[in-house]
Design a protein around this ligand. Sequence first.
Ligand code: FEO
Length: 411
Amino acid sequence: MKSVEITKDVYRLGVNIEPGNLFEGIWSIPDGTSINSYVVRGDKTAVIDLTQDKDDFPRSISSQMDEIGVNADNIDFIIINHMEPDHTGWLKDFRSKNAEMMIYCSKKAVPLIKEFCGIVENVHAIEDGETLELGQGKTLQFFDTPNIHWPETMMTYLIEDQILFSCDAFGSYGEVDDTAVFDDQLSDDQHEFFEKEALRYYANIVASFSTFVERGLKKLSELQIKMICPSHGIIWRENPSVIVERYARFASYMKGPACPEITVIWGSMYGNTAKLVSEVIKGIRSEKVPVHQYRVPEDDIGFILADAWKSAGIVLGMPTYEYKMFPPMAHVIDDFNRKKVQNKKAFRFGSYGWSGGAEKELGTATENLKWEFLESVEWQGAPGEEEMKLAYQRGKELAVLVKEFAGKNCE
Ligand code: FEO
């Protein structure tokens, strides 16, 4: 990977977490993800966010710094927008090369820097809106943007060039090639890819903080922004408003309504619950509503979250297991609670053997999600004609409801 000059004396340095790793130790990234950091050079030099202490990332970033004549000896400021170790894993080691490098961060980041890195000297806690002049027409301004997605998060704005360094906000999964770091260098297919990966990233990492995203967007709306430089994903140079509007849409799905789509998630022990899946889907499709379908435990929760987040309708195909919800589905519902997958139209179908119980537990487990349920389809043993018919009808009913309820604000 090579450094890229994004405008005069401002550089992007980057590495890619390779496909096959798990982001945050949880989330599948079959197409990897980038970690970006930035250098701004005036009379003084600042590096904005670092990198993870993983693989050859520090060596790669050091080598990209060398390309532009920057190193620990001549960097004056390290700006820490966010303390999560994908951006700060290297901080302790990097800063040990030159203890004079001044760290700028939010007040809430100060104790985290101490606990994660053992650094207490030359750490400056910014005031919201504070500026830092680097000289040569480069002035940084710092804004507290708490809980997007950690409490200590801030963003950095380069006033003269109107560039926002937004760290995790406006980011996405997906590897970034140093020959195509800008939005205007991507094909339509690549844009489609990054849109999907931005949604998945949002649903996995940011979703539960959607209220804070809306607050942050309001605050940032007062800035003139020519370019958005996130710490994951591409740089928005031609159309920064695209990613801002996209994030505003994603955030709005928490309060609903989301898009006129339905996500069907199902699991089955011996095939009795499975028998109704195709009937439900036929019912939904009879109303021409798009369907996303996942089976648990086989399918990946990170993908399920993304489609569920965007869908106004949810269907749960779930048998009872030992008086309770089928455990892989209980895991899905638990993640829906954690990520605040709220304000949906929904229904459940599922079989039981010697005792029911899933329905009762589902009611309790979804109490905080503000879902409106249609009447469930539940039966003992194998499904009969009646259940097959009801499954089709209920799928259709849900699709009609979703069309009435869903927002129009979907690309
Ligand atoms: Fe990319 Fe929340 O760290």
